[in-house]
Design a protein around this ligand. Structure first.
Ligand SMILES: [Cu+2]
Length: 144
């Protein structure tokens, strides 16, 4: 069974399918950015987390409640790109990714609005990605 040009031609769609499957498999197994677990009992007061020698200060202003906008500020000297994502342990809370924008002082800021959890949970996980490094901060939203 020689590999004639015609056979090769017929095999093309399958090769394409195989390539897509391989790409998807690779995408799934890509190691996520390792996270530095941190704790911040009072996000309004703010917390400082050490991330590879950089002092990262995280703070929020405004009501820490669902459906109400609050402001997130991240001070990470020297950082170029900061983004935040909000999730719940073992629960898909939908896609949300907030790119933070630096202000004149170089403090990264974003306005966040959290969705309501369908099962009434209030335990969230804030994932901050700072130049490819990640901090995970658990927090609980307040009741309105
Ligand atoms: Cu939830």
């Amino acid at each position: 069974m020689a590999l004639s040009p015609r056979r090769l031609y017929l095999a093309m769609p399958w090769l394409a399918v195989g390539l897509v499957v391989a790409l998807l498999a690779w995408w799934q197994t890509r190691a996520p950015v390792p996270a530095r677990a941190a704790s911040c009992p009072d996000l309004h007061a703010g917390c400082t987390v050490q991330l590879d020698g950089v002092r990262v200060t995280v703070r929020i202003d405004g009501p820490l409640q669902v459906l109400k906008p609050f402001r997130l500020s991240v001070d990470a000297p020297g950082a170029r790109k900061v983004q935040a994502q909000f999730s719940m342990a073992s629960m898909d809370m939908g896609f949300n990714l907030y790119p933070l924008q630096p202000d004149a002082q170089g403090v990264f800021r974003a306005r966040i609005v959290l969705p309501v959890c369908v099962s009434g949970r209030r335990d969230w996980l804030m994932s901050l990605e700072i130049d490819g490094r990640r901090i995970e901060l658990p927090f609980v939203t307040e009741l309105s």
